[in-house]
Design a protein around this ligand. Structure first.
Ligand SMILES: Nc1ncnc2c1ncn2[C@@H]1O[C@H](COP(=O)(O)OP(=O)(O)O)[C@@H](O)[C@H]1O
Ligand SMILES: [Mg+2]
Length: 309
């Protein structure tokens, strides 16, 4: 089994589900469900990877607070190795409040530890313990971000594969991306991220732009599936049709399942994308990013029910 290290944010998600209306200034809005759960791209991805039976560790920062304790406890219950998570008393653990109304999700984030996470002391003695490094959500991690190029170089020197899911960059400057692209094994983007970064007008155009810069770009297109180059052809590997409850973390569930497919299951690119589309679709039928708890058997059963093996 390949040992995977995920770098990034470790924050909580507060999910307010089934809101009767979108929030109105100076008014109270009632919702149907509430849950405090695992948030952040890296932690959600790690929980999904561990649910699939993979060997995963996480390196990030939490506060010396209740939310930090909650995150460590939750991640341990998923079977994630949290020994590399650091604690700070200087800021609180990051929090995102998710306001879910129909298919809309409005978010408010307190960055806290996400922005305070720093990477200067991470060196080859840590990196070389692993077979794959995954980076998630660097555009909120202002202090960690400048260290990623160096860590990608350490991985490359040691023959360790790498992946990145940048998530959205509010500045749309995509700082350091030109340095990261040639160093990455896999790049995960959604449609908006791909179009913004490449200044392209279609996902296909963005894939062509990315293709000359990076080894393997996967552009996630929500309910349409994923666009990727397979050998010489650019393809859309279709998504599966499901009754969507909440799309939070679907992209991270996709990333986790794709990585497990290629790293541990020896899947070819297209097979891994199909497997990951199934995990992403399954994730959409639960509130929050980690409640699907998809095992490999669950994803296989889902594929079988869709008429695929
Ligand atoms: N409405 C949906 N129906 C089925 N699958 C979905 C749906 N939304 C997302 N997915 C699956 O999850 C993946 C990631 O979702 P997407 O919204 O594209 O990315 P992100 O969450 O990173 O923004 C998709 O490529 C697809 O496989
Ligand atoms: Mg995403």
């Amino acid at each position: 089994m390949k040992r995977v290290l995920m770098f990034g944010d470790v924050n909580v998600d507060i999910m307010m589900g089934g809101m009767e209306s979108l929030p109105v200034p100076d008014r109270e809005t009632i919702c149907e469900t509430y849950e405090l759960t695992v948030g952040s791209s890296a932690a959600i991805c790690a929980c999904n990877y561990a649910s699939l039976g993979g060997d995963v560790s996480i390196l990030g920062l939490t506060g010396q607070d209740e939310n930090g304790e909650f995150m460590l406890r939750k991640m341990r219950t998923f079977g994630i190795n949290v020994d590399l998570v650091r604690r700070t008393s200087e800021v609180g653990t990051g929090v995102t409040v998710n306001l879910i109304h129909g298919n809309n999700r409005t978010q408010v984030t307190y960055p806290g530890t996400i922005a305070a996470f720093e990477g200067a002391s991470i060196d080859s003695s840590i990196v070389n313990e692993f077979d794959h490094l995954h980076f998630a959500g660097p555009y909120l991690q202002t202090k960690f971000r400048p260290h990623i190029t160096r860590l990608l170089d350490l991985a490359s020197e040691a023959g360790i594969s790498t992946s990145l899911d940048p998530q959205w960059d509010v500045t749309e400057c995509w700082e350091f991306m030109e340095e990261w692209l040639p160093r990455l094994t896999y790049l995960f983007l959604n449609r908006d991220e791909a179009l913004s970064m490449s200044k392209a007008s279609s996902p296909e155009e963005s894939i062509r732009w990315l293709d000359v810069k990076t080894a393997c770009a996967l552009v996630k297109l929500g309910s349409e599936g994923v666009m990727v180059r397979v050998e010489t052809a650019v393809k859309v590997v279709s998504a599966f049709s499901v009754e969507v409850v909440d799309t939070t973390g679907a992209g991270d569930a996709f990333d986790a399942a794709f990585l497990l497919g290629v790293l541990d299951k020896g899947m070819e690119l297209e097979e891994a994308v199909r497997f990951a589309n199934a995990a992403g679709a399954r994730s959409c039928t639960f509130i929050g990013g980690v409640n699907a708890r998809s095992s490999v058997d669950d994803v296989s059963a889902f594929l079988a029910a869709q008429g695929e093996e």
